[in-house]
Design a binder for this molecule. Structure first.
Ligand SMILES: [Zn+2]
Length: 103
């Protein structure tokens, strides 16, 4: 889903669709890690890309830890933009498993 190793999966997925694809408004994006609210390497974080694409629902399992970007709150950014965020904490261990080296 990613063009480069620095791409986040959400942006890779959104880049595969035309911006005017009318399916986006009814789509749900599933992201094991909460979409990011801040990025040093991109002008727009994933939470903003999701809003700009017109998506209105996100399902996630793991809130971004402060060890990634302190104080960034992707869920709040999304909800402030009118996106419904559903967190499924019962999947947090599975979401963290491939990323334990980052914690
Ligand atoms: Zn991101």
């Amino acid at each position: 889903m990613r063009a480069t190793p620095h791409d986040h999966t959400e942006e890779g997925a959104l880049a595969k669709l035309p911006a005017d694809d009318d399916r986006l408004a009814a789509a749900t994006i599933y992201s094991s890690l909460e979409p990011c609210a801040e990025r040093a390497s991109r002008p727009r974080p994933c939470a903003q890309l999701i809003q700009d694409a017109g998506l209105r629902r996100v399902v996630t399992a793991w809130s971004e830890p402060d060890t990634f970007v302190a104080g960034a709150d992707g869920t709040k950014t999304l909800e402030d933009g009118g996106v419904k965020v559903v967190e499924l904490p019962e999947y947090v261990n599975a979401a963290q498993a491939p990323n334990r080296h980052l914690l």
